[in-house]
Write a protein of this length. Structure first.
Lengths: 492, 301
């Protein structure tokens, strides 16, 4: 009994245990449901999985299933970010523990019962529990926003090296707070259409109605919701990585107001899609995205500069090559920032190119081609965020030496190989005709599948290692159970 | 393994992406026994439309072709219409007159004024016909394959030349689904690889290592065995073939504020999800592709 109680305490009460559970759940879900589409369907794996697990897949409900799948994965990611935020930022113990309990019960309920409802027939109590799970997460978000209230003097920033107001209000905390509050508001843009289901609203995937010139308000609301939620998850991870790397100094002082401004304007633009501002909403979104991305750029500059300075501290006259070597010496520290840079090639760059050349190029192609760009674009952004979390997690659990390097570089190289391949697949029509594309498609799909597949294998290895560790009396889990400060590394 | 070895492996893999594709690789000629000249009558009445089974009704009887228009039928049209001056050769394309659409200036809408527009290209290597400057000829083996690489104007022109028309989306959907139930595919609830020609469906014309998916002859999925390949009879309740898969089919609708033309049915190049009856695709009317064809309707409307 003691054995189970101790492990339960680690998995559901400690920061690192909670994060481990959420990563394991996402890994399991991705591995299982990833076998239902794309190349796995081509190879016939889908049919085997459907039969083996006795799934009940009604053709007309595919879009609904996918929406629940996306939500259940996203909720676990939001939970991970929340665990980290509650560990990193000062707050009352009551809020920390209550937020964690609510969001843990919430995402597990949403994931287990939501997927049960979506893929195994329609047991409506499961749907109720799915909604209850989402509601608990929302309530956790409300409490988090209260806990983050930056104008509480206890949370003022005494150190002038960090962004703060004249009175001492911690601007970074304001950025976290604004991110939380705008998330709570943006959630409603999905919840309201969802609650109207069957009463003027029907399930759809945004990429399928992209060319429809007349969208309903509820459709606009959903489109705004899905865009802003992913953007907010990205903003949250950027702030988290900044805190992890102890982002400070002049760049921090410039970046935090930019991040706050960007978050607010970005949200206003998205909320504007359901108002008469809709025609100019995209312009407002661009205006909001710019300061947010500039803030992220400043974090990258700060981080890389810091790594180089630390690395060359003992070298008299470092050469550029030595600087590069020290920059990339630790993939777990270099990686998250590199992934943010890489995102510009595979996500932002493609998005900007599409916006600029939409009518001249992309809208000359059939809608199904445009769909590939849209879905590829945001799948990559989601996956990049996941890799950043995995890199940070590797550091959090104290990977060292060769394991640290292999784990870090494998995540960076394999994921970037996959993302680059998917990006080539997205824009292939720019340089190859439909009739002649098959060898190219085969190659990029092979590379993408290899990259993502191996990434899952690495994740599985880490999870198995951690599972075995749980059976040890004095395993890593025993040390991690007390470590709420995520900068503390396990030393075994 | 050293980084140099990894780089070499990656370089070799990348080189495979540059392999050329023989678009004129010979194919076997297969007679499916399905008559591409046949039509069926779709009676007036109600049916369930779309993904969410919205009640819909068509108030008139109309006829629709049992199969997609074949390469042979279209080549015959090209020879006749160019000879009588209805179509003209304009550089590397065959063009025909289209009277234009009303323009509403909606965002992203492109004006389609009265003018000559492309029907088919004469220099696209993926086309299944050739032109010697005088005569259009069918590529051997493709006689009874669906006509592809034809623009919406080319599809509209073919139907109009023969005093037919392109079906509307609603007409097409009823013809595909029938009026008895809400089936997602013309043949029923589920899809198997030998129900239709779609991406990686492993039909005898497909070679995913080189050319990828190719069209199958019209009416191929009729329950017959072809050289050991067993097909399932996948006719719609009204007896239409290839309403899901093989090639997207151009629709006749012209929507206010849009220049896009819609397509239905999915194709050899799409996953099975796009073969569901309610799935739509669209493109500019000048667009043509090896996975887009059409069939005609007549009467009613």
């Amino acid at each position: 009994m003691h054995f189970i109680k101790d492990r339960f305490e680690y998995l559901f009460k400690s920061t690192k245990g909670l994060i481990l559970v959420a990563i394991a759940m996402i890994g399991l879900e991705t591995a299982l449901f990833g076998m239902l589409s794309g190349p796995m369907a081509e190879f016939g794996i889908r049919d085997i999985v459907v039969r083996l697990f006795k799934m009940d897949l009604v053709q007309a409900e595919r879009e609904g299933r996918i929406i629940i799948l996306y939500h259940s994965i996203a909720m676990a990611v939001v939970a991970i970010e929340t665990y980290i935020i509650t560990a990193m930022l000062k707050m009352k113990a009551f809020y920390r523990s209550t937020v964690r309990v609510l969001i843990t019960v919430g995402y597990l309920s949403a994931m287990i019962f939501g997927m049960g409802f979506a893929y195994w027939g329609h047991l409506w109590p499961f749907h109720g529990l799915y909604i209850a799970g989402l509601s608990l997460i929302y309530f956790a978000g409300l409490l988090l926003a209260i806990a983050l209230w930056p104008w509480n003097k206890e949370y003022y920033q005494p150190d002038k090296a960090y962004a703060r107001t004249k009175n001492g209000v911690d601007m970074e905390r304001v950025a976290f707070f604004i991110m939380s509050v705008t998330t709570l508001i943006s959630v409603l843009f999905g919840a309201v259409p969802g609650s109207s289901f069957g009463n003027g609203f029907q399930t759809f995937l945004a990429e399928n109605i992209i060319r429809s010139p007349e969208k309903t308000t509820l459709q606009f609301s959903v489109i705004g919701h899905l865009h802003i939620m992913l953007a907010l998850i990205a903003i949250a991870i950027t702030l988290i990585i900044g805190r992890w790397l102890d982002f400070k100094g002049l760049l921090h002082k410039i970046a935090m107001p930019l991040m706050i401004l960007g978050t607010i304007v970005l949200n206003l633009g998205v909320w504007g899609v359901v108002t008469p501002l809709e025609p100019v909403a995209h312009m407002i979104i661009y205006i909001g995205a710019t300061p947010s991305m500039l803030a992220a750029l400043m974090l990258v500059i700060f981080g890389w500069d810091k790594f180089i300075r630390q690395g060359i501290a003992n070298i008299d006259k470092p050469t550029p090559w030595q600087k590069i070597k020290v920059l990339v010496r630790d993939p777990l520290k270099f990686g998250p920032l590199w992934q943010m840079v890489f995102m510009n090639f595979t996500v932002s760059g493609i998005g900007i190119m599409m916006a600029v050349k939409l009518d001249e190029i992309f809208r000359l192609w059939p809608a199904r081609e445009e769909r590939i760009e849209l879905t590829g674009h945001w799948h990559i952004l989601s996956a990049i965020i996941a890799t950043i979390i995995l890199l940070y997690y590797g550091d959090m659990i104290g990977l060292k030496d060769r394991v640290r390097r292999w784990y870090g570089w494998a995540i960076i190289i394999l994921s970037d190989l996959a993302f680059a391949s998917v990006t080539i697949f997205e824009i292939k029509r720019l340089f190859i005709s439909e009739a002649e594309q098959q060898p190219l498609v085969n190659t990029v799909m092979l590379l993408a599948d290899f990259g993502l597949g191996m990434l899952l294998v690495i994740l599985a290895m880490v999870m198995i290692w951690r599972l075995i560790d749980l059976f040890k009396k004095k395993g890593r889990w025993k040390q991690e159970i007390e470590q709420n400060d995520l900068t503390v590394e396990v030393d075994i | 393994m050293k980084p140099a070895s990894w780089s070499l492996i990656l370089a070799i893999i990348l080189l495979t992406a540059c392999a050329s594709v023989n678009l004129n690789a010979p194919i076997s000629t297969i007679d499916t026994g399905v008559d591409s000249e046949a039509w069926v009558v779709i009676p007036a009445g109600g049916f369930l439309s779309g993904q969410f089974d919205d009640p819909a009704a068509i108030s008139y009887d109309y006829e629709i072709m049992v199969t997609d228009v074949t390469v042979a039928q279209y080549v015959n049209f090209l020879n006749t219409a160019v000879a009588d001056g209805s179509l003209t050769v304009n550089g590397n394309k065959i063009v025909g007159f289209y009277p234009g659409d009303a323009f509403h200036g909606v965002k992203h809408e492109v004006e389609i004024p009265a003018a000559d527009y492309i029907f088919v290209s004469l220099n696209d290597p993926a086309s299944r016909f050739s032109f010697d400057g005088n005569q259009f000829n069918i590529m051997i083996g493709y006689e009874n394959h669906p006509m592809t690489n034809v623009s919406w104007f080319g599809a509209w022109g073919y139907c109009g030349y023969n005093i037919y028309r392109l079906p509307t989306e609603l007409e097409w959907e009823k013809a595909a689904r029938g009026s008895a139930d809400n089936r997602p595919f013309p043949w029923g609830e589920e899809i198997a690889r030998n129900n239709a020609n779609y991406y990686a469906s492993r039909d005898p014309f497909e070679d995913m290592s080189t050319v990828g998916s190719r069209t199958t002859p019209v009416g191929f999925y009729n329950g017959q065995v072809y050289g050991g390949y067993q097909t399932l009879n996948s006719a719609s309740p009204y007896g239409l073939y290839d309403m899901s898969g093989n090639v997207w089919q151009w629709m006749g609708n012209i929507y206010e504020g849009q220049h896009y033309r819609y397509m239905r049915g999915g194709s050899k190049d799409t996953y099975d999800m796009d073969l569901r009856i309610w799935v739509r695709n669209n493109a500019t009317p000048t667009y043509y592709s090896p996975d887009v064809g059409f069939r005609c309707a007549r009467g009613g409307g």
